[in-house]
Write a protein that binds this ligand. Structure first.
Ligand SMILES: [Cu+2]
Length: 168
């Protein structure tokens, strides 16, 4: 069986510069209702490329109160940053966010083509087939520690890349 996995989108992404921005998830009400944030399906990480690895997962807020994802931590990397990939005239750049809005009833996806968590300088233990722990922190909900499986780049990242043609 021939493999013709195309790796250029993620590699291109990792090569672009990171733009820092002070963006707010200010469209949430952190006083009303009670959020109920859960991981949907498995959390995965891409094998490290150029000192970074993208975390792929979904979070659902099934409660009746808004929340925000404010941070993520792990012992197996220097840190985890919240990024958003933006396309301008076909050029991708990543913006670092301080938090991500998780309104009641919403689902957010972390994947390479849009909002994502990026693990900076994963250590040598982060290789395909291994699992590590990541803790997600929220404005209101208790911290959540999840297992993250390190997957092959083409399996994890390619299938989650947004088609720019579909973006408005
Ligand atoms: Cu990133």
């Amino acid at each position: 069986m021939r493999s013709t996995s195309r790796r250029r989108p993620l590699v291109a992404l990792l090569a672009v510069g990171l733009v820092l921005a002070a963006c707010g998830g200010d469209d949430v009400d952190l006083d009303a209702g009670t959020p109920d944030v859960q991981l949907v399906g498995p959390a995965q990480a891409t094998a490290p490329v150029a000192g970074a690895s993208i975390l792929v997962f979904e979070l659902a807020n099934t409660g009746d109160g808004d929340d925000q994802l404010t941070a993520a931590t792990t012992d197996v990397a220097l840190g985890i940053e919240i990024h958003e990939t933006r396309l301008d005239d076909g050029r991708a750049s990543m913006v670092e966010l301080e938090e991500v809005a998780l309104p009641a009833g919403s689902t957010i996806r972390s994947r390479s083509g849009g909002l994502h968590l990026m693990m900076i300088v994963p250590d040598d233990s982060v290789v395909v087939g291994t699992t590590f722990e990541m803790t997600l922190e929220f404005a209101r909900s208790a911290p959540m520690t999840v297992d993250v499986l390190v997957g092959d780049l083409s399996d994890v990242a390619e299938s989650t890349f947004d088609d720019p043609e579909e973006e408005s």
